[in-house]
Design a protein around this ligand. Sequence first.
Ligand code: CUA
Length: 149
Amino acid sequence: MDRAEKTGLTFAIILLLVFFSLIVYAAKGLKIDIPTCVTDVEPFQEGKLIKHGEKRYELHILARMWFFDFNKGATEIKIPAGSTVDIFVTSKDVVHGVHIQGTDFNIMAIPGTVGYMRVKFEKPGVYHVVCHEFCGVGHHAMQGKIIVE
Ligand code: CUA
């Protein structure tokens, strides 16, 4: 190994150590984490729509074979346009995928864990909620509606 090679190798090793230290610093010092939408909320057994105030809601979606329980068994809910909704999702049985069409909401419903995302429904209309993870014979029919009026 000649001098140039040694210098190059040393430089590469130093660079790796610098990168590694920066990752550790970001994780510990700056508390930067891998993005996750999984929460530490206790899984729930029933769908529920809770009104917290004027155009502020909390929605617990319980996915199950083969429908979405939005509110005590209802597969359809109505909210006023401009509502901000904190949406929590879990599954009662197998893994389902919850996508609210026309929004960025696309979260897996996994038994034993609760997923979360906030959605603001600006435009009035019917937002179809579909399951996009194959979950058995009723998968294709698994859907619900969020009506924004
Ligand atoms: Cu639930 Cu597919």
